[in-house]
Ligand binder design. Sequence first.
Ligand code: PLP
Length: 281
Amino acid sequence: MQELAYFNGRFCDPAEATISINDRGFQYADSVYEVVVAFGAQPFCLAEHLARLQRSLELIDLDITPHNINFEAIVREGIERAGFDRTMIYIQVTRGVQPRAHVYADDLVPTVIATFRPKPVIDPAMRANGVSVVTVDDTRRAHCEAKATSLLPNILAIKKAKREGFHDAVFVSPSGQVREATSSNIFAVCGPALLTPARSSSILHGITRKYILQCAKRIEVPLDQSPLTVSKLESADEVFLSSSVLDILPVTRVNDKTIADGKPGPLTTRLHKCFLEGLPV
Ligand code: PLP
């Protein structure tokens, strides 16, 4: 009996199973998983777990059919090789290895791992006495102000945008307020004023965004603090994205609307000039 791993086609000691730093599961949480338990040689509800795994793969647009992965065979062989009375099987499929880029390639080879460990024993005292729980706000998928690596929604959004012929996607709240793009903040120019979504837990507090606001102050551009709605964005005189990599990137189309005359606007150009003047070289 020993803890066992499965890693891309072979069984091995878990210590030998190491993934690339370019694995998208590590870089972006671009992966899905399942946990199955087995009693003796019998995995419990395996068909249901594998159906849910398939559904999870579909939900993240990960088509593994070309790779002929037989999860049932992996699970059954692993249980037998590990030899525990009760086994906890962890399965994870990542989109594969690619130098870090939000937009994933279509021809990646998925990383498939599994581990086979003894099923944890639940303390009988806990079963006898019960346990306590505390209620908390459901902040799962919140805290966008944290530069967290769990970027699955972002990478799915930009991939969909690319497929539909756009450069990037912009997240909008359920009430129609514009938030930010998949890896940049967004600004609009409406009349004389500059608008950008206020700092909140729904956007990353971009360093570039802050710097641009300082540039705007320096060149005396008024700020409009009102919420940026989709219709305001579509009818803006100018729109641009900001990030450390992009600095300022003009946007000339939002959905099916061309922004002004379809060319980068004068305030965007002025702000970019101010931005570039402040660079160290
Ligand atoms: N918003 C998101 C979601 C980002 O990922 C990024 C940068 O990666 C930004 C905004 C811009 O941040 P910064 O200007 O600090 O690069």
